[in-house]
Design a protein around this ligand. Structure first.
Ligand SMILES: *[C@@H]1O[C@H](CO)[C@@H](O)[C@H](O)[C@H]1NC(C)=O
Ligand SMILES: *[C@@H]1O[C@H](CO)[C@@H](O)[C@H](O)[C@H]1NC(C)=O
Ligand SMILES: *[C@@H]1O[C@H](CO)[C@@H](O)[C@H](O)[C@H]1NC(C)=O
Length: 321
């Protein structure tokens, strides 16, 4: 029984309301606006029968289709129930594109499109011969600013020696940053993307790509993609070669003092060891002399006190003479 009633409701209510809505409002299904620019939600109305002197009594635009008790407050109203008609701007920045409604054009105009203006809108038109309404959607887009990139040298992280950073701000909706090397290999999986929103609701993308030690690729390119996958900008960043072939000033300024201090320490240690050994030998000598004395017999075989025989110099000189 209940299902029969609901079937009846489903079949006949739409038919009845279609017959009632003598006025039809037709809107562009979706409108794309650029952040910070003027945007228009296109709607016109028509009648199912030709009525030459149709009179508009009320046109109402609301942002959102639901609200408390299913009604949201209007943003702009044109009220012609009294003569002359009155334009009521209830939220700043909204007005009608054509306040004369020429060609039954009831389009809404937004002067400076912001991110929060994205969403569903509804337009209701009431005439002396009936009324109608329609909904439409506003999508906001903002192009990302030209990306910036930088690199930081890593000390302390065992396997990473530099990290590339790429930023792109001021875009909407949320986009993506991808990394490629000069062979077009995609390195995005190795990167970490951080997304933040600024005070206008625009997105700031920041991606960090850590590079492993010994990576020899000369440069990487950071590419900015918008929400629908369109390329919006790119920046290439050369990597830092930390190897011996091309020492950069940042590392050489660190390495130089390390080398100097290290060799000083080694030198000092050697000097200390040598001094100690010498003083030990000098201390030992008097006490060990009696012991060494027995060995003095064999000293002639030792090389030091032994005088080498004069070379053949005399002979050769004689020959020359
Ligand atoms: C409605 O009027 C505006 C302002 O004159 C115009 O730019 C727009 O193209 C019109 N829309 C239609 C559907 O005629
Ligand atoms: C990227 O953004 C972060 C966070 O705002 C900032 O600290 C960093 O300096 C920026 N780097 C570049 C290259 O713009
Ligand atoms: C993304 O970029 C493409 C190409 O530039 C453009 O056609 C498209 O409208 C953009 N989409 C968004 C959501 O910004």
């Amino acid at each position: 029984m209940a299902s029969r009633i609901s079937l009846f409701v489903l079949l006949f209510i739409p038919l009845c309301s279609a017959a009632d809505s003598f006025v039809k409002v037709v809107c562009d299904r979706s409108n794309v606006a650029q952040f910070g620019h003027q945007s228009m939600l296109m709607c016109v109305f028509d009648t199912t029968q030709n009525i030459p002197d149709l009179k508009i009594t009320l046109v109402v635009w609301r942002k959102g289709t639901r609200g408390i008790k299913g009604i949201v407050p209007p943003v702009v109203v044109y009220d012609a129930r009294n003569d002359p008609g009155e334009l009521k701007i209830l939220q700043e920045g909204y007005t009608f594109a054509d306040t004369n409604f020429n060609n039954r054009n009831v389009s809404l105009l937004i002067s400076n499109t912001k991110v929060e203006e994205e969403g569903e809108y509804s337009c209701e038109v009431t005439t002396d011969s009936g009324s109608g309404s329609a909904t439409t959607r506003l999508k906001v887009t903002a192009r990302y600013n030209y990306p910036t990139a930088d690199k930081t040298l890593e000390k302390g992280r065992s396997n990473v020696d530099q990290t590339l950073v790429c930023n792109a701000s001021g875009g909407y909706p949320e986009g993506q940053l991808r990394w490629f090397d000069n062979y077009k290999t995609d390195w995005t999986k190795s990167a970490k993307l951080t997304v933040t929103e600024d005070e206008n609701g625009l997105f700031m993308l920041s991606s960090e790509l850590p590079l492993l030690k010994g990576s020899t690729l000369p440069e990487y390119t950071c590419v900015v993609y918008n929400a629908s996958g369109g390329k919006e900008g790119s920046i290439s960043i050369p990597t830092e070669h930390t190897g011996a072939s091309k020492a950069n000033p940042a590392t050489s300024t660190i390495i130089a003092p390390v080398v100097v201090i290290g060799s000083l320490i080694v030198g000092l240690l050697l000097a200390v060891i040598i001094c100690k050994k010498r003083s030990q030998q000098q201390e030992r000598r008097p006490s060990t002399l009696p012991l060494m004395g027995t060995r003095d017999d064999i000293t002639p075989t030792a090389p030091y006190p032994y005088e080498p025989p004069p070379a053949y110099s005399v002979e050769t000189r004689d020959n020359i003479a």
